[in-house]
Design a protein around this ligand. Structure first.
Ligand SMILES: [Zn+2]
Length: 502
């Protein structure tokens, strides 16, 4: 029996609002699409939480034995300022402000995004397509929607006809928005607006003469709308219907609602079986936003360089902190919560190092037959919690239990000579597996700072003693050897010594 049959996954499907047992379209395979970043700015912490959520989803599916194709795009054109169909393209605007080529902006912020992903141990997707590399496909689907009578052209721009679509299908199926209400609130159509109804959205936009990002199309020179890129890239790599589509809660409407309408309109079938949305980050109980001055970047968190932060927090502390709450709940950032997370992660990290040592070195007896049911129950609980809508918070609680049992082994509370070798290995290897492979919590070198500080204190005392004994040869040797190892000793006025890492 495969692990994924033994521990079937259930997912809260935003489409039904219910927790449903996950059944993949092709047994043993999972296709997942997640809306990636718009690369006109540094990735912020809220983005990091979304991508962490789906990193966990893909990691756990793989751990269960599924083959996963995970597609996460790069939005490098088409995302307009204000998220409507008006205004400038975010990337073109940034390029103009900074006097750069648009692709320079894209490259710079894509690299920044990738660096944050690496620091937080968020694995790269299987495919990372970009919108500008799929202009032809976006033009093709726009033509198809016009042919089907679901889109219309005005002055070189093409808009999706929501009202027409809603006569055959259901616009609002995901967000629960009511189309009559939406149309009513959009009655104040201003005179410049080319759209038939305010809820119609752009598939293609005519480029004004000063617009720098443009491509030829049957409707003249222009650029694609934002929603259409995700429809094109998801169905191109995963099929007209695929398993999972994810993104941040803020994308549910209008972005994801529009994706459903475009794909259903073009292909005559619903594109996604399970929609998943991760919730927002708050700071000290307030929504994180630039205008409130309480938003910070991952780099600021890792360096502690922000007025709201008392000090730096490591990427793994941040990761652990985010995993302490379920992806569907809001998560509040505060210094206290981060400091508590740091302590928690240290405990699990210490048990991880210990578990690895034990796996390598522990001596067991070949004839020992004892099984420890509690160990098996704890491993079983990890699987059940993760299979229950990826509940990382509950899984971490079980890992703390396991960490205590690992410390018991070290302390000799359990006589491992009597325990069956396979049983011990099963327990330790699953602790390591859930920490590293499923939750992506790596050993952190800074985790050893306490030990380093302790060892340095011993060497400083020895050097003081050598000096008091006028053994300058030894005193210098300690200083020089440390220097060769990247540690600089500094002599203070009153004979005190401090050290710095190079
Ligand atoms: Zn998208």
């Amino acid at each position: 029996m495969k692990l994924y049959e033994q521990y079937p996954v259930s997912i809260t499907n935003s489409l039904s609002g219910k927790k449903e047992v996950f059944k993949s379209l092709v047994p043993g395979y999972v296709g997942m699409y997640v809306c990636g970043p718009t690369v006109y700015n540094n990735a912020h912490l809220g983005n990091a939480r979304t991508f962490l959520t789906f990193d966990i989803v893909s990691r756990y599916f793989r751990f269960l034995g599924y083959k996963v194709r995970y597609v996460r795009n790069i939005t490098d054109v088409g995302h307009l300022v204000g998220d409507g169909d008006e205004g400038e393209d975010k990337i073109a605007k940034k390029a103009r402000l900074e006097q750069l080529e648009p692709m320079e902006v894209v490259k710079h912020y894509t690299e920044d995004f990738h660096q944050v992903m690496r620091q937080m141990n968020i694995l790269p997707p299987s495919i990372e397509p970009s919108a500008t590399a799929h202009i032809i496909e976006q033009i093709d689907i726009t033509k198809k929607l016009i042919e089907k009578g679901l889109a219309y052209e005005v002055n070189g721009s093409v808009y999706f006809n929501v009202k027409k679509y809603n006569q055959q299908h259901h616009y609002g199926i995901l967000s629960g928005r009511n189309i009559e209400e939406l149309m009513e609130s959009g009655r104040d159509l201003d005179s410049q607006d080319e759209k038939k109804e305010k809820i119609d959205f752009a598939l293609w936009k005519n480029a004004s003469p000063e617009h720098i990002m443009r491509w030829p199309s049957p409707w003249g020179s222009g650029f694609p709308g934002w929603h259409i890129e995700c429809t094109v890239m998801s169905t191109k790599y995963l099929g007209e219907t695929f398993d999972i589509h994810g993104g941040g809660m803020d994308l549910k409407f209008p972005h994801h609602e529009c994706e459903i309408a475009q794909a259903t309109g073009a292909n005559g079938k619903s594109p996604v079986n399970y929609w998943m949305h991760s919730n927002m980050l708050t700071v000290n109980g307030q929504k994180m936003s630039k205008s409130l001055g309480n938003s910070f970047l991952p780099a600021e968190l890792f360096s502690g360089n922000h007025p709201l932060l008392e000090r730096a927090y490591s990427p793994m502390t941040t990761r652990f902190f985010m995993l302490q709450s379920h992806y569907s709940s809001t998560l509040d950032f505060s210094n206290e919560a981060l400091q508590a997370a740091e302590k928690g992660f240290k405990k699990l990290n210490a048990a991880l190092l210990l578990a690895k040592q034990l796996v390598r070195n522990i001596e067991t007896s070949a004839t020992a037959q004892q099984e420890i049911p509690e160990w098996n129950n704890l491993v079983d609980a990890c699987f059940k919690n993760m299979s229950d809508d990826f509940n990382t918070a509950k899984t971490l609680a079980v890992l703390f239990e396991m960490a205590s049992r690992i410390n018991d082994i070290k302390a000799g509370v359990v006589d491992v000579k009597k325990v069956k070798k396979e049983s011990l290995q099963h327990f330790l290897n699953h602790y390591i597996g859930f920490m590293e492979d499923v939750l992506g919590l790596q050993e952190e070198s800074q985790g050893n700072t306490d030990a380093l500080a302790g060892a340095m204190q011993v060497l400083i005392e020895l050097r003081k003693k050598a000096r008091a004994d006028r053994n300058y040869a030894l005193s210098d040797k300690i200083r020089d050897d440390l220097k060769a190892n990247g540690i600089q000793l500094k002599d203070g006025k009153d004979g005190e010594m401090t050290y710095e890492l190079d």
